[in-house]
Design a protein around this ligand. Structure first.
Ligand code: MIC
Ligand code: SF4
Length: 662
């Protein structure tokens, strides 16, 4: 039987890190559902999760990173409205210098865009402390988002553990029409599969339509695979990939990569690119997708173009071509954040930047910016159209804003009219527009300027580096070994699809405190219940209950560390998102699922709960929960791999690593 692209990479990176190899099929690949340890070739961090990841790495006492390449990016916390972010940047830079990492300076760009341009390699493995790390799947890399602690372990040479996923294939045929884009493909697959449809799966993009998509377009698609909850998404590495890498001066790093003709997939989804239409995700979920034509005419207050989904030179050149000679509607505020210094510089060199500036757009830094609520929040009740990947309630910084997700083409067409506008309609009366946008392609040669990437120091120089720590760095909590009986109050009951933005919000007021868990704790679950933090503290120990796909979205381990700090001992949900469940275990919080999802309705906030015989339950796979307030008892699934059990018994991944290296 043939193999898929992901199966080939996993097979080549499979390692035994102490627990033995998983059960393998006759083709030598792990059976679906097995715990798989893989060797990680590259890691990336960004600053919002990086500070914590490096503090954790430091405790491991490893003198230098043991990956082929590790990069520390600064792209999220860019406002520097106080000392906090600037101090954290200096801390991360000093850590990079001491431990042998590349350091991408603030202003160099969004980690995923820069990584694709300068470092991603087909066939290699990458984990990053950011959920959109799968962007590098656009180049044929097995790239996954992970919690900071998992990235720290990988930097130290440790394996990354995943549950062997199922293999999905999206079979592309046809070609996109002008003004219908890769973003519309991402939105279409979200419409088909929903935000939980990718959980437990790797999505491979194949079929004859693949050769019509450039690497930046492929990266837009793999980027938004994160919104499906997929383990990752991947494209083959072909002639188009090779040309992109050569244009980046990295042709030597190219290796072709394809699935076997007789590879077997658990599900195949067909998409004919030529029949697609411009799509839009309506508030407040990336899978709330309809055709743009269905909401056309809605008044727009703000339009934002950028983010790791849509900030490539390819996207920006199309945006500039559409804006050329035109002025945005006076009622609209338009922001444009190029994804990297390379993008900005090439926009400037080609003159396209002038067309953008002349249109009335506000050009922002090459950074995440508005995507994570770092400035440019919409007006009260405002409608914001964004080329980003997430439109969760409150994420923009304005709680009652209505955020829609669209392609750059839809964004520009709407910024020009002031209303949600189908770019196909807008283009139908303007043949010049159509030809100038259709002419945009990926250049044969990118301008290479790595002056904002500081390379690793030689060992002798690295040894002399002093780590620079500011007062914003506070101690982080470490879990305690799981007890046989957990007796605690149900301090919060929430619904389905709770995101890590609900659990631990970001935004300009909070994001600067990612290295200060005590400060962050005031805001835990603020979006759902502003009294939670105080109530959890008062309760001492507590339990949180959630619905389906609990913890979707961002990889931030703060969504586990902060509840840990507030005394949360267990989370019970109908189902969990992949990265978050790993973060809970890594923090020493036990994640349990309802055996019968209807039992969710039997528990009420404020109830006193007892989870009995936890240690025996971890062996049998089931524990009993007694609700002392109502007298009801229910069964919970408590199904963990041997390694996860050991981690929980130690009180989290850090104590586990410490105990296994003794
Ligand atoms: C996001 O898009 O939510 C973030 C901010 O990039 C996060 C990381 C973080 O919370 O720092 C992510 O996607 O993992
Ligand atoms: Fe940055 Fe937004 Fe991408 Fe997250 S989704 S990495 S905040 S641009």
């Amino acid at each position: 039987m043939g193999l898929t692209i992901a199966q080939k990479i996993i097979k080549e990176h499979l390692i035994d890190d102490g627990a033995g190899l998983p059960n393998l099929t006759v083709d030598g690949i792990p059976e679906v559902g097995e715990d798989v340890a893989i060797r990680i070739d590259q890691t990336l961090t960004q600053d919002a999760t990086g500070t914590m990841a490096y503090l954790e790495f430091e405790t491991m006492g490893i003198p230098r990173v043991r990956t082929e390449l590790s990069v520390a990016y600064i792209d999220h916390n860019m406002l520097q409205s106080g000392f906090e972010n600037a101090d954290d940047h200096r801390f991360i830079q000093s850590m990079a210098a001491k431990y042998g990492l590349y350091f991408s300076r603030p202003g160099n760009g969004i980690c995923h865009q820069v990584h694709l341009e300068r470092f991603a390699v087909p066939g290699k493995t990458l984990i990053g402390s950011d959920s959109h790390t799968p962007t590098a799947g656009g180049i044929g890399m097995l790239a996954m988002g992970a919690g900071g602690l998992d990235v720290a372990v990988a930097m130290g040479g440790g394996a990354y553990h995943i549950t062997m996923p199922k293999m999905y294939k999206v079979n592309l045929t046809g070609a996109l029409r002008p003004f219908v884009t890769a973003k519309d493909v991402s939105l279409e697959i979200l419409r088909i599969l929903s935000v939980k449809g990718g959980v437990g799966n790797i999505i491979e993009w194949g079929g004859p339509g693949v050769k019509t998509l450039s690497v930046p377009e492929r990266a837009t698609i793999t980027n938004m695979g994160a919104e499906l909850g997929a383990t990752t998404s991947i494209f083959p590495a072909d002639e188009i990939t090779k040309a992109f890498m050569e244009a980046q001066g990295r042709g030597d790093a190219f290796t072709p990569l394809a699935s076997d003709d007789d590879a077997v997939y658990d599900r195949v989804i067909d998409i004919d690119l030529s029949t697609l239409e411009p799509m839009i995700a309506c508030p407040h979920s990336p899978d709330n997708v309809v055709k743009v034509s269905e909401v056309a005419g809605t008044k727009v207050d703000q339009v934002c173009i950028g983010s790791c989904t849509n900030s490539s030179l390819f996207d920006m050149l199309k945006v500039a071509a559409m804006l050329k000679g035109k002025t945005i509607d006076p009622s609209v505020s338009l922001s444009i954040s190029p994804g990297s210094k390379q993008v900005l510089r090439m926009l400037s060199d080609t003159g396209a930047l002038s067309d953008i500036i002349a249109s009335g757009a506000r050009v922002l830094e090459c950074a995440c910016g508005p995507c994570i609520g770092m400035g440019f929040s919409p007006n009260s009740g405002g409608v914001s159209l964004r080329t980003f990947n997430r439109n969760f309630e409150g994420r923009s910084g304005t709680k009652d804003a209505n955020v829609y997700l669209v392609s750059p083409e839809t964004a520009v067409a709407s910024a020009l009219t002031g209303y949600i506008t189908n770019p196909l309609d807008a283009a139908s009366g303007d043949p010049m527009w159509v030809s100038s946008v259709s002419e945009v392609s990926v250049p044969d040669k990118f301008t290479i300027d790595d002056s904002a990437i500081v390379p690793p120091l030689a060992d002798e120089d690295a040894a002399k580096v002093e780590i620079l720590r500011g007062p914003n760095i506070k101690e982080f909590p470490v879990g305690k070994p799981i007890e046989d009986e957990i007796s605690a109050e149900l301090t919060l009951k929430v619904g389905d699809n709770i995101t890590t933005d609900h659990i631990m919000p970001a935004g300009s007021k909070i994001l600067p405190y990612r290295s200060n868990i005590p400060h962050l704790s005031q805001y835990c679950f603020e979006v759902c219940d502003a009294t939670f933090s105080e109530r959890a503290k008062a309760a001492g120990e507590s339990i949180v209950v959630g619905g389906i796909n609990y913890g979707q979205g961002s990889s931030r381990e703060h969504a586990a560390l902060v509840p840990l700090y507030l005394g949360v001992r267990a989370v019970i949900a109908k189902s969990f998102a992949r990265i978050h469940v790993a973060n809970l275990i890594n923090a020493g919080i036990i994640p349990l699922t309802f055996k019968n999802p209807d039992d969710y309705d039997k528990l009420a906030q404020g109830d006193k709960l007892v989870i009995e015989d936890v240690c025996a339950g971890m062996e049998s796979g089931t524990v009993k929960l007694l609700d002392k307030s109502s007298g009801v008892d229910i069964e919970l699934t408590c199904d963990f791999t041997e390694r996860q059990k050991d981690i929980l018994k130690c009180g989290g991944l850090l104590p586990y690593v410490a105990s296994s290296t003794k």
